[in-house]
Design a protein around this ligand. Sequence first.
Ligand code: GLN
Length: 493
Amino acid sequence: GTASDRAFFGHPRGLVGLFFTEAWERFSYYGMRALLLYYMYDQVANGGLGIPDDTAKSLVAVYGSATYMAAILGGWVSDRLLGDRRATLVGGVLIMVGHICLALPAGAGALFASMVFIAGGTGLLKPTISASVGDLYAPNDPRRDSGFSIYYMGISVGAVAAPLVVGTVGQTYDYHLGFGIAAVGMALGLAVYLWTQRHLSEAGSRPKNPLRLSEVSRSRASLVGLGVACLVAVVAVSAVTGLLSIGATVNLISVLAMALPVVYFTVMLRSKRTTAAERARLRGYIPLFVAAVFFWVIQEQGATVIAQYADESTDLDAFGFTIPASWFQSVGSFVLIVLTPLFALLWLRLDRSPRAPSTAHKFGFALAIAGVSYLVLVLPASQGGLSSPLWLVGSLALVTIGEMCLSPIGLSATTRLAPAAFATQTMGLWLTAGAAGQGIAAQLVKFYEPDSAGTYFGAVGAGTVVLGLVLFALSPLLRRQTEAADSLVDHHE
Ligand code: GLN
């Protein structure tokens, strides 16, 4: 990509292919996710798995968590072994296989198999395709932020259509047929990618920091091998002896999801391959990352607590026909598509003004409004009976305004500050914010009871508003830190 390539709304031609590939991949992911909770807790007689709803919500959360945790592994595989393009392709194939597992009427076994395929595949595809967007722009290209906003629209186009198609078919006809449509969506995404990848930057055709065999000492390789073998043995033995119950698995994934970013930040900060300037930038990124974690705690509950609220506590017949509960998972993306052009104008004006909001300001606002989106549900949830669907629509619209201030900006900032040796892995790191958020949510959702929903929304919402305000108050300090980091020159110590 060069500054002269302005084929797609003033952006490089490669963005078109990435836009539609990711739209179809997200269509498959969010289509599956719109059905997942209902498929798990629905009775066996209705084609569901009959899992208790607490367990089902936690499972949906850790499913999502595992998916984004795998992005670290996928990022490593791309940076060191495959390069972005091959990793995206392999990832897409694995995802498709995962949806095919769910399309077969094969019960809980197929569900767990799908989780392995979809987590592994998304771990490869998601960070690499986002890094490919970043590679379309030169380091100082001013179009980078708006490029990511356009790309995020692609995500939202897939995410808005998925519940309407996959959700409706799955909820009204047959769950497996719904999951099958998700598989077809991923196949279309792969086709688009194969057809358009020639427009991508050359940077993605090779690993950015290839692993050299000479670098891998025998002892280190055998140590890693031994570690993996032990882990597999422990999991296998626990599964066979029944020690690894679903509850224990949920807790294990929650803990891993919270620990992983900590470990990864430490590795990157301490690596010899990270320059002093890169290290300073990375440190300034940590508070933003923490804010993102708590934002996703709320936003990702759209597929768990909010999905249950839609199904059980909302008057789905309010408008003269029965709204499929899965449709509420389209609301956020719909709002995002409608408001993105407005926000593009808003950023253009604000970013030029002398009082331009910093990234920390935007993230603090995002967090606070996510908290408010829960607070508005306190009233309808405390009244008992079924509440109007409009409450949920309003709440989802609010959290989406937050998403616009956080998610595309986070992606763009990540590609800009990623240490060169960790290019795609840093994108993986950004995605682990979603993993940690859902790992926390997997524990939180256990406290949700339809009878005390008002208390749940009040407590979680208020806590999040406070966190947002704290970040907002800290942002001048963080801005000075970033400016100090930017004044450092990249050189290895
Ligand atoms: N909703 C966004 C996507 O699917 C971001 C998800 C996340 O980072 N947790 O791409």
